[in-house]
Design a protein around this ligand. Structure first.
Ligand code: A2P
Length: 289
């Protein structure tokens, strides 16, 4: 069985899920159907900004697995901050997904405008209380963003989803979240696609990193499987993206081997702090109006 993490709400989230960023409608629908219907996934991570929520919904239906057995996450986009916009955004996401609730709803990015960000967080509390999201959380929040919304509302996010992979191990953020009971999810858990962040884009070099492929060889596994194992053993929720059936299956075939202390230490040594995406404080997102 897939390992789970207990959220602060008491709900269980499967610790391994399928990411679908940068997957078009046709690829997304097929990947979700295969992941749930064949490969055994029970957790899909999408976002309004990915433009593929409707395809995720169709893929879940096509899988033949009960909706209640699948954990679905989506995210509120930057243009939808503010109370009224947030309420409209969740309704639109549910409509596209074809669902009456999501299991987790996240604020996709923090804002420079603290008041506006807090207002949005308050709206997510209302959305949760209305039953449209079973749990609520955030993405790309640094501890100072988390402090701002927690101090203002007393409501602690169930989850913070951040860029996290062997080169950006997020040790400080993970220990901060542990003290608050916030579960940490990793995006670009394999080091990303090597495209999509403009001029700074560089190819994924983690999947061929000799330290990771070397550990993989000893276990008869790929570098991707080694990284997924590393996340699981760190207690992190991991959502590797692939639209290829062979890789989708490979990425969940990680429950019957274990990294030892020396492996974990060798992977920890890869942490240079290098990001593949934007730093939340450098994105400088303003709020509209
Ligand atoms: P693809 O969909 O073409 O398989 P992330 O770190 O964001 O999860 O990104 C993983 C990237 O690596 C994706 O671009 C994905 O592309 C690719 N990928 C996913 N799983 C594997 C795997 N097991 N082996 C090699 N590449 C993978």
């Amino acid at each position: 069985d897939l390992p789970t993490i207990e959220l602060s709400t008491g709900a269980l989230i499967p610790q391994l899920g399928l990411g679908v960023w940068q997957a078009d409608d046709s690829d997304t629908e097929k990947a979700v159907e295969y992941a749930i219907g064949t490969a055994g996934y029970r957790h899909i991570d999408t976002a309004a900004a990915y433009g593929n929520e409707a395809a995720v919904g169709r893929g879940i239906t096509a899988s033949g697995v009960d909706r209640g057995d699948v954990f679905v996450t989506t995210k509120l986009w930057n243009a939808d901050h503010g109370r009224d916009r947030a309420h409209r955004a969740i309704d639109a996401s549910l409509e596209r997904l074809g669902l009456d609730h999501v299991d987790l709803y996240l604020i996709h990015w923090p804002l420079q405008n603290r008041d506006r960000m807090i207002e949005t967080w308050q709206a997510l509390v209302e959305i949760r209380d209305a039953g449209k999201a079973s749990a609520i959380g955030v993405s790309n929040f640094e501890p100072h963003h988390l402090d701002a919304i927690i101090d203002a509302t007393g409501e602690v996010p169930a989850v913070d989803q951040v860029e996290l992979h062997p080169r950006l191990a997020q040790r400080d953020l993970r220990s901060y979240c542990a003290t608050k009971g916030i579960a940490v999810e990793a995006w670009s858990p394999l080091g990303g696609s090597g495209s999509g962040w403009g001029a700074d884009s560089s190819p994924n070099t983690l999947l061929t990193d000799p330290a990771l492929t070397g550990i993989g060889e000893r276990h008869g596994r790929s570098a991707a499987q080694v990284m997924i194992r590393w996340h699981l053993q760190n207690g992190v929720i991991v959502i590797p993206k692939s639209v290829h059936e062979e890789r989708i299956a490979q990425n969940i075939d990680v429950l019957d081997f274990e990294l030892d202390d020396a492996d974990m230490a060798a992977i920890a040594a890869l942490d240079t702090g290098a990001r593949v995406g934007a730093h939340p404080d450098e994105l400088a997102l303003g709020a509209r109006d």
